[in-house]
Ligand binder design. Structure first.
Ligand SMILES: [Zn+2]
Length: 227
């Protein structure tokens, strides 16, 4: 990963820029990655050319949700130099009971890929599938920068994230439009609304002093600083 430059322009907060060449996005279900870090992916790919992105969804394979996942990944990854999209067919809601098979999928991934930056679920997520993906991410990738994203949900498990990515209003709108366009099967769900997504972006924007008031938030659980 190249060039990490301090930048004091963002509302007086000391911020850093990363230039990852290869990123890996991991999600238990179709739409998790987009909800958790869709704005960040759009912003990153708009700012940097030549980024390779691998996108892995662990459930929904072989069904209508795979079509939705692939369509959505295509929308979010338009700016990638190279992209790989994998949709596994592990059973939704049962990840803790097929952990061994999911671990095999992670090991296979790590054999071919050493990403500069990984996006995954956060460790304290109350959804059991999300937690399995988070744990296996840390279990498999031992020397990588991992950012854990958050998913708003009925269970009420949002915490206090410690890393923020400001998102421009146009990018936030595009994130929500892509979500609504790609995931027709979710539109009838009470929580799957523009207000949910915009509300969380706004709250995290307040917490991070984002220049235009919107941000996505992550848990950077472990990072190493060198000079
Ligand atoms: Zn999910």
């Amino acid at each position: 990963m190249a060039a990490v430059a301090p930048d004091r322009s963002a509302a007086g907060v000391l911020s850093f820029g990363l230039r990852p060449r290869t990123i890996l996005c991991l999600g238990a279900h179709a739409d998790d990655i987009e909800i958790g870090c869709g704005g960040t992916i759009l912003a990153l790919l708009a700012a940097q050319r030549s980024v390779r992105c691998e996108w892995v969804v662990f459930s929904g394979g072989g069904g209508p949700r795979e079509r939705e996942a692939r369509r959505s990944a295509g929308l979010f990854l338009k700016g990638a130099r190279r992209r790989g999209i994998t949709v596994h067919a592990f059973r939704d809601g049962f990840f803790p009971y097929v952990g061994g098979e999911i671990k095999e999928a992670f090991e296979e991934l790590a054999r071919h890929l050493s990403p500069d930056l990984i996006f995954t679920h956060t460790r304290d997520d109350r959804h059991q599938d999300h937690r399995v993906v988070s744990d296996l991410t840390w279990n498999t990738f031992r020397n990588h920068l991992i950012l854990e994203y958050e998913i708003p949900k009925y269970d009420g498990d949002l915490g206090v994230p410690n890393l923020f990515v400001p998102v421009r209003p146009a990018v936030a709108r595009r994130k929500v439009q892509h979500l609504r366009a790609a995931f027709a099967s979710q539109r009838s769900k009470r929580w799957f609304t523009a207000e949910t997504f915009q509300g969380l972006l706004r709250l995290r924007g307040v917490e991070s002093g984002a220049p235009e008031g919107l941000a996505e938030a992550f848990y950077a659980r472990k990072s190493v600083l060198t000079f």
